[in-house]
Write a protein of this length. Structure first.
Length: 377
């Protein structure tokens, strides 16, 4: 029995030594398809016999760091997953333990990233990270202190809702877009109103009347007040039976990484070029349902997952005709492309462990009583 115990201790101790072999600071240059190389650093530590890593993707542009969702060593094979940006690094440790030959991928073609183990003398200096943005007080009830609404450039593609510092910015947004964003609606949940709600596009730029950057809920409040003040919007609510999609957890369970970002910080939901990608950071399933109904699908999406956490993921899918109308329509499909990702419903099930099901359910609608074109700035 004593021999078995000593053997187990020996195996455990050997495993710890092998894990310690990879700990330390690793550095190398990532060469994107265009532009100059980006100096990157990975710091690996051992915490309670578990490897952890922090990734510094571009130290020449500041000391921003991203915690790895996982870091594993299997023999000489190294794998690091960064769920926050859907990035993966895979490499092979050299026999002397001083270099790693590998590749970084982030939703597209992989790029070489070869690393060397740094000593205190050779380690690159990592600058201090930028100070975190000052958040608006959680109990603030903001409005726009100043807001500019102007017709969009008809030649500018795309659509954008974003917050830059304290500035709120929208590009190529219709009034219908503003309504769906402000009240978490699908366009089919807006009843009445003139045709220009969905045709005329505007750029909105404004600053809140409270200090700090607003969160998503506060941004919606600001847009609601803007619509009432500058467009003289009035409406009433009703319940109507609508065709909807229910977002649920699949039979196999979720395949999602909980976000490592500040849960009180802003989330991101961005669409990339074909093959279409939806990059989600620090977002709830309710927020995912909101972006699917506003940008991709032809009916409201109801979150029935019961998931309250915030997640990071990258979803790759091939939109079907009639989808993506919230972003100008689905891109043309490439004929006979065997590498094309699956349709949205299959992709959600395979990649996220979730399910979209068509059903009918009572849903809130707003009925427009009065609205005017935006007033002059």
């Amino acid at each position: 029995m004593k021999t078995l115990w000593l053997t187990a201790v020996g195996i455990w101790f050997a495993g710890v030594l092998l894990a310690q072999e990879i700990t330390g600071t690793w550095q190398g240059a990532l060469q994107p398809p265009q532009g100059k190389a980006l100096r990157a650093v990975i710091k690996v530590t051992l915490d309670n016999d578990k490897l952890k890593a922090t990734f510094y993707p571009n130290i020449d542009q500041g000391g921003q760091s991203i915690p790895a969702s996982s870091f594993t060593k299997d023999g000489s094979n190294i794998k690091m997953i960064i769920g926050a940006v859907n990035g993966t690094y895979e490499g092979k440790l050299s026999a002397d333990g001083n270099s790693i030959t590998g590749n970084w991928s982030q939703g597209g073609p992989s790029l070489p990233l070869n690393l060397t183990k740094a000593t205190p003398e050779t380690a690159w200096a990592i600058p201090d990270p930028p100070p975190p943005p000052v958040r608006m007080a959680a109990n603030a009830d903001p409005a726009f202190e100043v807001a500019t609404i102007k017709p969009s450039d008809p030649n500018r593609p795309g659509k954008l809702f974003t917050i830059r510092g304290q500035e709120v910015l929208t590009v190529n947004t219709t009034v219908s877009d503003l309504l769906t964003m402000a009240y978490d609606l699908h366009p089919k949940q807006i009843v009445g109103g003139p045709s220009w709600l969905e045709s005329d596009k505007y750029d909105v730029t404004g600053k809140p009347d409270a200090p700090g950057a607003p969160n998503n809920a506060q941004l919606k409040i600001m847009i609601q007040k803007l619509l009432a003040d500058r467009l003289q919007l009035t409406f009433h609510r009703e319940k109507r039976d609508l065709n909807v999609y229910a977002l649920t957890v699949g039979k196999t369970g979720i395949k999602l990484s909980k976000s490592q970002l500040d849960p009180n910080g802003p989330g991101g939901r961005f669409f990339g070029p074909p093959p279409v990608t939806l990059r989600v950071t620090n977002a709830t399933m309710a927020e995912v349902a909101s972006v699917l109904q506003s940008a991709v699908l032809d009916r409201p999406v109801v979150d029935q997952t019961g998931l309250a956490e915030k997640y990071d993921f990258l979803l790759k899918f091939t939109p079907e005709p009639g989808q993506m109308m919230g972003l100008g329509g689905a891109p043309p499909q490439q004929p006979d492309n065997a590498d094309a990702p699956p349709d949205l419903f299959t992709a959600i099930q395979q990649q996220l462990g979730l399910k979209l099901e068509s059903t009918k359910a009572p849903a809130d609608v707003i009925v427009i009583d009065h609205i005017e074109r935006p007033s002059e700035n």
